[in-house]
Structures are given as structure tokens and as C-alpha cells.
Design a protein around this ligand. Structure first.
Ligand SMILES: C[S@@+](CC[C@H](N)C(=O)[O-])C[C@H]1O[C@@H](n2cnc3c(N)ncnc32)[C@H](O)[C@@H]1O
Length: 224
């Protein structure tokens, strides 16, 4: 099935951001953290992480809880998403001190650090009209030898499969969320497309894996 890009790259509607933040992403965010634990053995002592397209910061919060000595820069181009991220962090002052929210867009973002010890992203890739900007940003922001974990939705093979996934995973969500999920599935990439993107970006050391019925993940280490 042909890819259909997202109608809007940034999720910068207040209502849209609120609906997203209120939705239940526990299963996929738990999977993300499980993949990170499998990729990175050890406590990542003193590491500085970068989360690209952090949205309401649920993964940032899980990361800071799981790795008590790391700090995280979390970037998103949507002001309403970052307001929700700030609210979530304000409720957790111990963690908030280790997070820095950055309102900017890739690939042009001016980041406070040149290189990060760990680069992460969940559900950003399919939002990008040109996916190469994510891989360029990974290359530019991750330290040599740094672990990288990028998870995203995977485009289904047919419109019927899209509807089955929307019904299964968003059947009880609002109409706005079901619509956004449907758009995201159509905008997502197939694993072979992501492998080709990585090869074109010179990121062959990263592997693409199918990690659920609707997710793929790009995992590995940059060359040292
Ligand atoms: C589906 S949300 C994912 C949020 C979060 N990572 C999560 O897992 O819940 C995608 C986010 O990427 C942001 N985004 C899209 N394009 C971007 C860009 N070029 N630069 C920075 N953020 C971007 C959107 O505003 C949105 O908040």
C-alpha cells in the first residue's frame, strides 16, 4: 500500500495535543523501554540523552525513572505538546530537574550539546515528509559508539488492516484520536523502506526489527 504522508507534520493544535496526551500509550511505551533495556546493558551513568519529537514526555519520564543518573534533552516542534510535557514534569520535581525541554524542529534545531550519549525517538519518523532528516539528525547528534533507539509505527499492507488496527487499539478512543491513528498508519514506513533509508544515510550499523503487530524499531550503536 502506498504511503500517505501526515496531513500536518507538527501536532501543534491544542486539542489534538491534549487528546494525544490523555490517550493510553502504556503498551507501546512499555515496549519502548523494554527495547532500550535490551539494547543498553548497565545504568548509563551520567549519560546525556536526546529524545527527538518528545511529545508530552511520557517516555522522557520513564527514561529518567529507569536510569536515575542520566539527564535528557527533549525536543519537539509543538508548543502545546511541550506545555503538556512541562505540566507532567512539574508534577515530578525530582525528575524535572534532569529534563530540559527544547522547542525546535529537526533538522535545523540548534541543540545545546553537540553530541549525546544516547539518542531516542518514538513515533516521530512517520510525521516527517522527508524521513532522511531524522537519520541526518541521528548522525549529527549521537556520539561515536552511542546507542540509538528509534521506534515507530509500521505501515500495514492494506486499508482493511489499517481499520483492524484502529479498531483493536483505538476502538474506545475519541474520534479525533482514531483519525490521527489512521493517518499515522498510512504515513508510516515499511521495514524495507526504513532499511533503505538507513543505508542511504550511512547508518548500516543500525538494525530494523519488527517489534509488534504495528511497530518497528531501529536499534544499535553508531560506529565508535
Ligand atoms: C506522535 S508524536 C510522538 C510523541 C512522543 N515521542 C511519544 O512517543 O508519545 C510526534 C511528535 O513529533 C513532533 N514533530 C513532528 N515533526 C517534528 C520535527 N520536524 N521536529 C520536532 N518535532 C517534530 C510532533 O509535534 C509530535 O509532538
Amino acid at each position: 500500500m502506498k504511503r500517505r504522508p501526515e496531513p500536518a507534520e507538527l501536532m501543534d493544535g491544542v486539542e489534538q495535543a491534549q487528546a494525544y496526551a490523555a490517550a493510553d500509550f502504556n503498551a507501546s511505551n512499555t515496549l519502548f523501554m523494554e527495547l532500550l533495556r535490551r539494547l543498553v546493558r548497565g545504568p548509563l551513568t551520567g549519560a546525556l540523552a536526546l529524545d527527538l519529537g518528545c511529545g508530552p514526555a511520557d517516555i522522557v519520564i520513564r527514561l529518567l525513572r529507569a536510569y536515575p543518573s542520566i539527564t535528557c534533552d527533549a525536543l519537539d516542534g509543538s508548543r502545546p505538546m511541550l506545555d503538556l510535557a512541562q505540566q507532567a514534569l512539574n508534577a515530578l520535581p525530582d525528575l524535572a530537574a534532569r529534563a530540559r525541554l527544547l522547542h525546535d524542529v529537526i533538522p535545523s534545531a540548534q541543540l545545546p550539546r553537540q553530541h549525546y550519549d544516547l539518542v531516542l525517538s518514538n513515533s516521530l519518523l512517520h510525521h516527517l515528509p522527508d524521513p532522511a532528516v531524522l537519520w541526518q539528525t541521528v548522525r549529527e547528534t549521537a556520539k561515536p559508539g552511542a546507542p540509538v533507539l528509534i521506534m515507530d509505527l509500521m505501515r500495514p499492507a492494506s486499508a482493511g488492516w489499517v481499520e483492524a488496527l484502529v479498531e483493536t487499539y483505538a476502538g474506545r478512543e475519541s474520534e479525533m484520536l482514531r483519525r490521527d491513528f489512521r493517518h499515522s498508519l498510512y504515513a508510516a514506513f515499511e521495514p524495507a523502506e526504513v532499511s533503505a533509508q538507513l543505508a542511504a544515510a550511512g547508518l548500516d550499523s543500525l538494525e530494523v526489527a519488527v517489534v509488534s503487530d504495528r511497530h518497528l524499531a531501529v536499534m544499535g550503536y553508531l560506529p565508535a
